[in-house]
Structures are given as structure tokens and as C-alpha cells.
Design a protein around this ligand. Structure first.
Ligand SMILES: Cc1cc2nc3c(=O)[nH]c(=O)nc-3n(C[C@H](O)[C@H](O)[C@H](O)COP(=O)(O)OP(=O)(O)OC[C@H]3O[C@@H](n4cnc5c(N)ncnc54)[C@H](O)[C@@H]3O)c2cc1C
Length: 527
């Protein structure tokens, strides 16, 4: 008799793997399938931003990412022979992992898969989802194996992390509205010689009516992206570029003297800007590129998928373990993540149109704007903070409402990402919050007396399996730095979700919101 998997994850890209690892932390049985017989070896997404590194760090792979990657220290802009501006990256980013990194997507997937397998999981390759039927208390899935054999299986929940052409989204008949940009783009992974390029910088260069984007990701290995010229597009359509075509674009638009060699992955692509109308149908969800796709400008696609997975993972795990009110938890996934994707799509399209605009007037305006940017640290800070994704705040949905979030969304408020803090341990050693965050909720109690007697701590005690309490009294935080970071000048509490988002907060004497949240999200629903 078939033992249905608790969760069937379709697709072992970055989104599916992050979700699998997240569910694995809760001891949930996961079946992870991918139609590819071998892991993809394409470099695709290169940038991993601080908010994603926070998620990955909590899954135990932070140091593996740091070791394998190139730190992204700046973005450099130029026009012909002139360097127009430099934006330092990582500076002043309020995160436990402020430094963004560059790493080929194939390695991101390899690190995640290795961790999943090490902890007992299996990535089933050569298994394709070909159909889905929702049933009353489970989902029936039709699978095709690489040898042609078909299989009918059942799962309590299914998540489609199966990319832009998602079979799961099609099976649910979810609209994927949007548009396709008119132009074709060229991509090549190459060596570059003949010009001095900082290997810790992304370079955006324009000249002669075109733009070149250069991304370093190993020693003298660069991703080159540029728009295909219309005359070549008429002749060659969507054929991959030759090294000569890429070199011609580089010579016309890029840093002077740059010579390309050693071509690796060479491809053309069209850009789609699309958002799924829904993220859920009953027991089936979609996440990552299956739910949203957009221009790679800004490098947010994979990062958005990783954060979808972190958001959905703990909620699904709680529901499977009988914790919390299932509709509140599960409906909050789309309510929180879909608006984020809508913003990402809008911003990525804007960046693409500004960065790649070919006409001369646009170039003059752009040069002037970028020169100004070079002298405006506040604007630079705003840009790099936006790219870091650390200031993403959830505004909508039942969980945000439950946490009593206000329209005011400064960091530290409910709905925003948790802030890293440090305090003194019992032996005056430095304790930091981030390494202590785990698959449970974390209740920070800033006491001004004996923190063990704080009402919030008492309230939390019966739910220890899903809620850890960290009490930080005056002796541990004598200058009040930690509690000031969270905006308290007196005793108070902050509840942090397993995806490192602030769930709720309040003064020590008022735990009404906390009690309500615990009953609705953390306590067992079926006693
Ligand atoms: C050139 C380029 C540059 C990019 N740069 C960046 C960047 O710098 N930063 C960034 O964040 N993003 C970037 N992106 C976007 C990023 O690559 C995607 O957002 C990311 O791959 C999405 O991950 P995913 O896991 O959701 O989907 P995918 O990576 O598409 O994974 C889906 C998986 O599902 C499998 N699958 C599909 N259908 C089925 C089925 N029916 N049954 C079983 N398995 C199935 C596929 O084989 C695949 O392994 C870039 C993309 C491109 C093309």
C-alpha cells in the first residue's frame, strides 16, 4: 500500500530545494522530484542578496555560500572611456549578512542539494509531473519517469516550484498575465582580457547606443549580457550568439580594449514580466518562477523564490503538525508574498528600461543622473538597501493583521525583518541573535527587572516546542543597545517568526496581542 508523501515538491531549483530544507527542519516527509536527470550546470542567477543569505544562513549553509562565492563589493557605471560612478555594496546594510555575493546558480543548487541529502533527503531526478487532481483530503499526482514508466501518487500537499512554464500552475489553470519584452538579449560566460576590471564589481557600461552588463563569478570568468542588435535579430532570431557577436557588442558598447575568450554557456533570452493570479488552490501552492518572472535586471528572481520558500515552509509545517489555525497560516502566504513579487516585477522592468535604453537622449539623461548618483551617498544607500531585500515589509494578510502591524513600517515594526542584536552572556561573552534563530518562533523579552518573571515569558512557557524565549535583562544589555535597536526605552517583547519576520511586539505589561497570536498560530489546533 502506497504511503503518501506529506509534501510533494515539484522542481529542485533554488525554490524547491529551499522549501525542502525548510520542511526537513520540522521532520516533515518530503518527496522532491525534478524532471532533469542531472542537475543543471547553468550559471543563471548570480547575485544572492542579504535577505536571502539570512534565510540560507538559518538553514545551515551560510558558510558554504560564503566560501564558494565572490563578494560583490560595488556596482560600477561607465560610458565609453569614462567611469561615471561607483556604488559600494554591502555598506550600511542592516543585516546579519550585509555583504551580497555572486555565485553561479548551479553551485547554489549544489550546496542546497548537498545539505538536503546529508540530512537524509533524496532528490528524485528524471521524474516529471504530468498531471494533478485535487481530492478531498489529498492531491493525486501523475508522474512520468525517465524510462517512460508512469506513476500515480498521492500527497497531502503539493508545491509547484517548477519554474516559469510550471506544469502545476497549468494544472490549476492559474492565469499568468503579463507581457514579453520585444527585444532579444545575448548572454555569454567568458574570460575578459585587455582591460582592468574590478573582479568584485558588477559593471554596467554603455556607449554607441547600447549597454553591456558584466558580472564576475570566478577568477576571470564573467557573465556578459547585452541586447541583440535588430539587424542580427532579423537574421539570426533566437540562435545563441557566437563569441564574435558578443565581442562586437563589447567593442561597441563596453569598456575599451576588452577582449573576450573561452566561451562557456552562450544563450539568447527574451524577457517576460508575469505574475500568477493566485498562489494557492486548496492543497496546492506555487512558488518561485512558477509564480512570478521578470527581467534579470536587479537580480531578484531567484532571491524572491528563496524567500517565497522560507515564507511558505514554516506555515505548511505548522499546519501539518496541527499547530495554528490553518486558513490563517496558509492564506497569509499569498497575501504576503504576491505583493512583494508585484513590486519586484515593476522595479526590474524599470531598471531594464533605464539601463538598456538605446537612444541618445536617454543616454545623456542617464549619464547625468548616474554622475549625480556618484555624489549622493543617501541615494546610493537607498538603492543598495532596496537590492538587499532587507527592507521588505509585509502589509497584507491575516498574519500581519493578527500581529497588530500598523501602517508605520520602519525596521523593527511587525511585518519587517528582524534586526541583528548582541548582548552579554552569563560569562560576559558576546551573544548574537542570528545564530540563535531556528525553526521555532523566538520571543525576545527585554526586561528591566528579573526577566524570568516577565508576563510574556510566562505566557510563552507551555509552547516551548514551537517557541523559544530569550530574556535580555539590564545586566546583559547595560547600555540598552539591544532594546533600543528594537525601539524600546522600557521593558518590552518582540516575537520573531521562523522566517525571521517580526510577528508582533509590545510593552511588557501588555501581552494581549502576543496571547492572541500564540493561540492562532503556535498553539495546537487539535487538542
Ligand atoms: C540569464 C539569467 C540571469 C539571472 N540572474 C539572476 C540573478 O542574478 N539573481 C536572481 O535572483 N535571479 C536571477 N535570474 C532568475 C533565476 O534564474 C530564477 O528566478 C530561478 O531559477 C528561479 O528558481 P526556481 O527554483 O523558482 O525555478 P527554476 O530554477 O526554473 O527550477 C525549476 C525546476 O523545476 C523542474 N521542473 C520543471 N517542470 C517540471 C515538471 N513538470 N516536473 C518535475 N520537475 C520540473 C526544472 O527541471 C527545474 O529544475 C536569472 C535568470 C536568467 C535566465
Amino acid at each position: 500500500m502506497e504511503q503518501p508523501a506529506r509534501v510533494l515538491i515539484v522542481g529542485s531549483g533554488p525554490t524547491g530545494l529551499t522549501l525542502a530544507l525548510t520542511l526537513q527542519r520540522y521532520g516533515i516527509e518530503v518527496r522532491l522530484i525534478d524532471r532533469l536527470e542531472q542537475p543543471a550546470n547553468l550559471s543563471k542567477a548570480l547575485a544572492v542578496w542579504p535577505a536571502s543569505l539570512e534565510v540560507l544562513g538559518s538553514l545551515g549553509v551560510g558558510s558554504a555560500f560564503e566560501r564558494a562565492s565572490v563578494p560583490l563589493r560595488q556596482v560600477t557605471f561607465g560610458d565609453g572611456t569614462q567611469r561615471l560612478a561607483r556604488i559600494p555594496m554591502g555598506e550600511g546594510i542592516d543585516s546579519a549578512y550585509p555583504q551580497p555575493i555572486l555565485l553561479p546558480q548551479s553551485q547554489t543548487e549544489a550546496i542546497l542539494a548537498e545539505r538536503f541529502v546529508k540530512l537524509g533527503g533524496t532528490v528524485e531526478r528524471g521524474v516529471e509531473l504530468i498531471g494533478l487532481t485535487e481530492q478531498a483530503d489529498c492531491v493525486q499526482a501523475m508522474l512520468r519517469h525517465a524510462d517512460g514508466r508512469t506513476e500515480t501518487t498521492h500527497a497531502a500537499w503539493v508545491v509547484g516550484a517548477d519554474g516559469a512554464r510550471s506544469a502545476v500552475r497549468h494544472a490549476l489553470d492559474i492565469a499568468f498575465d503579463g507581457y514579453t519584452e520585444a527585444e532579444s538579449y545575448l548572454l555569454g560566460d567568458v574570460h575578459i582580457d585587455g582591460t582592468e576590471l574590478d573582479e568584485h564589481s558588477i559593471h554596467l557600461w554603455w556607449h554607441n547606443g547600447g549597454t553591456i552588463a558584466l558580472f564576475p563569478f570566478a577568477q576571470n570568468v564573467w557573465r556578459v549580457i547585452s541586447r541583440r542588435h535588430d539587424d542580427v535579430a532579423d537574421e539570426r532570431g533566437e540562435e545563441p550568439p557566437t563569441l564574435e557577436e558578443l565581442q562586437q557588442n563589447m567593442t561597441r558598447h563596453g569598456p575599451p580594449g576588452a577582449r573576450l575568450s573561452a566561451p562557456g554557456w552562450m544563450s539568447t533570452f527574451r524577457i517576460n514580466e508575469r505574475l500568477a493570479a493566485r498562489y494557492r488552490s486548496g492543497r496546492v501552492f506555487i512558488a518561485g518562477d512558477a509564480a512570478h518572472i521578470h527581467s534579470p535586471a536587479g537580480g531578484q528572481g531567484m532571491n524572491t523564490g528563496i524567500q517565497d520558500a522560507a515564507n511558505l515552509g514554516w506555515k505548511l509545517a505548522y499546519v501539518i503538525h496541527g499547530r495554528g489555525h490553518a486558513p490563517t497560516l496558509l492564506d497569509s502566504y499569498e497575501a504576503e508574498r504576491r505583493p512583494v513579487a508585484r513590486n519586484v516585477i515593476t522595479n526590474a522592468a524599470r531598471m531594464l528600461h533605464v539601463g538598456m535604453a538605446p537612444h541618445a537622449l536617454a543616454r545623456v539623461v542617464r549619464d547625468a543622473a548616474v554622475r549625480v548618483l556618484d555624489h549622493m551617498p543617501a541615494l546610493q544607500h537607498k538603492l543598495r538597501t532596496e537590492m538587499s531585500e532587507t527592507e521588505i515589509a509585509y502589509h497584507d494578510g491575516p498574519l500581519v493583521a493578527l500581529g497588530g502591524a500598523t501602517q508605520h513600517r520602519a525596521r523593527g515594526a511587525a511585518g519587517t525583518r528582524a534586526l541583528e542584536i548582541s548582548w552579554l552572556g552569563d560569562t560576559d561573552d558576546e551573544r548574537r541573535l542570528w545564530p540563535l534563530l531556528n525553526e521555532r518562533h523566538t520571543l525576545l523579552v527585554f526586561g528591566d527587572g528579573n526577566p524570568a518573571q516577565a508576563p510574556a515569558t510566562l505566557c510563552a512557557a507551555p509552547h516551548a516546542a514551537a517557541l523559544q524565549t530569550i530574556a535580555i535583562g539590564i545586566a546583559a544589555d547595560p547600555q540598552g543597545d539591544a532594546r533600543n535597536r528594537y525601539g524600546f526605552d522600557a521593558a518590552g517583547w518582540v516575537l520573531i517568526r521562523p522566517d525571521q519576520v517580526i510577528a508582533a511586539r509590545g510593552p511588557e505589561h501588555d501581552v494581549t496581542v502576543l496571547e492572541r497570536y500564540i493561540q492562532k498560530v503556535i498553539a495546537h489546533d487539535r487538542v
